[in-house]
Design a protein. Structure first.
Length: 79
């Protein structure tokens, strides 16, 4: 096998260290599996495609994007 040197931000490196310990596997195996999964991905779908028939489901109804129905939308209500 060939060796690959990889630079990554500290938070990603910390996550990889933790994940390798949790799985009791080498970091290289986790990275190799991630690369294989990415390579073997056959159908890349957009978020809109994944949402399928939900896109536009409420168009024209009382739930549409009329400004009166969006009052407070996206606001953070803290408990």
């Amino acid at each position: 096998m060939q060796t690959l040197t990889l630079k990554m931000p500290p938070e990603l490196s910390d996550w990889l260290d933790k994940r390798a310990r949790e799985l009791n596997r080498p970091k290289s195996e986790i990275v190799r599996q991630a690369l294989l999964a990415q390579r073997d991905r056959k159908n890349f779908e957009s978020a809109a495609a994944r949402a399928g028939d939900l896109v536009g489901k409420y168009a024209g109804s009382k739930h549409s994007s009329h400004k009166r129905n969006l009052k407070g939308f996206g606001s953070c209500n803290r408990i």
